[in-house]
Design a protein around this ligand. Sequence first.
Ligand code: AHG
Ligand code: MN
Ligand code: MN
Length: 339
Amino acid sequence: MLVNRKVQTLDEFTIQQMRDFPNATGELANLLRDIGLAAKRINVEVNKAGLVDILGEAGQVNVQGEDVKKLDIYSNNQLMGVLKHGISCAGIASEEIDDFIAFNDPVSNQSKYVCMFDPLDGSGNIDVNVSIGTIFGVYRRVTPIGTPVTKEDFLQQGKKQIAAGYIVYGSSTMLVYATRRGVNGFTLDPSIGEFTMSHPSIQIPEFGQTYSVNHGNFFKYPKAVQQYITHCQKKEASNGGPYTQRYLGCMVADVHRCLIKGGIFMYPGTTNKPEGKLRLMYECNPFAFIVEVAGGTASNGKDRILDIEPNSLHQRSPIFIGSKGMMAELHEFINKGVE
Ligand code: AHG
Ligand code: MN
Ligand code: MN
C-alpha cells in the first residue's frame, strides 16, 4: 500500500530533522512535542471559551499589574505542567510567574534546555472570540547539567535561542516554530488531533502591503515613528503605498500576518511608557528570532532585538519587526532624525 508521505505531522518532522544529526539526543524534538501537547489542550479550552464559564477575569493581577483572565492561568498551568513532567526542560519563566521556576528534580536537572513563554497572548481578545496565541523561546542552559537552573540560564540574549515559536488560535490553529535551520508552520488537523505541516520553509516577503500599529497612541510616539506611519499612509510609500493598516491587539496574530504576507508590526515606546508594552524575553525575542530566520528584521528602533543584553525577566522593549525592505525604510526615518 502506498502511504502519502507528503502529509507530515509535527512529531514526524522534528524526528526526521534529527536524521541529519546522528549525535542529536532528541531532547529538542521532545520539548517541541511537549509544547505541542500543551497547545492542543489550550486549544480545546480556547474553542469552548464562549460556551463554558471560563470567560472573564480570574480576579488576580499578574506580575505586570494587569488583570489575569482565566484562560491565561489555565494556559500557564498546561505549559508548566507538561514541561515539568516531561524530561526535556530544566526550568521555565512565564509572563504569569514573578520569578523563574527551576524544576529541580533529578531528571529535569539533566536537561540542557530552559523555556520562556507568554502562555496566552492577546488575552484582551478572549471575551470577543478574536484570535489569541501562545509564544515560546528555548535556550540552552549555561549552568552545568545536573544542577538546578539559575537566573543566568534565562537572562540570555535573544540570539542565543535554540528555537522559538508560537501558536495562533485563529480560524485554524497553527503552530509555527523556528530553529536556525528554518521556519515551518503546522496547522492543527482536528480530525486526527495533530499539527500537520502546512507552511514549509517560511520566508517573509521583502515588502508587504500592511503596517500594524496601535493608532490610538499615535501622538505619543517618537516624531520619526509618526513620520514613518504617515509615510505608510501616502502613495509614495515604497512598493506602491498607501499601505493598509491591520491591528488585532494580539502580537501573535499581527506578526503572523506579517510573516506570511509581508508587512511591518510596531509597538513603539510612548511618551508615558518609553519602553513600550511588550516584554523582551517572551514576546520580542521569540518573534525576532523567527522573523530573522525567515529573512526579516527586528529592532527596538536602534539596536537589533536579539542583541539586547537582558537584565530582568519581565523587562519591556519597543519593537519594530517585519519585512526587510519596510524595516530599512523605517530606519531611514529614524536615522535621519526629525525635520
Ligand atoms: P498579553 O495578552 O499577553 O498581555 O499581550 C497583549 C499584547 C500584545 O499581544 C499586543 O500586541 C498588545 O498587547 C496590544 O496592546 P495595545 O492594546 O496597547 O495596543
Ligand atoms: Mn502577550
Ligand atoms: Mn499573556
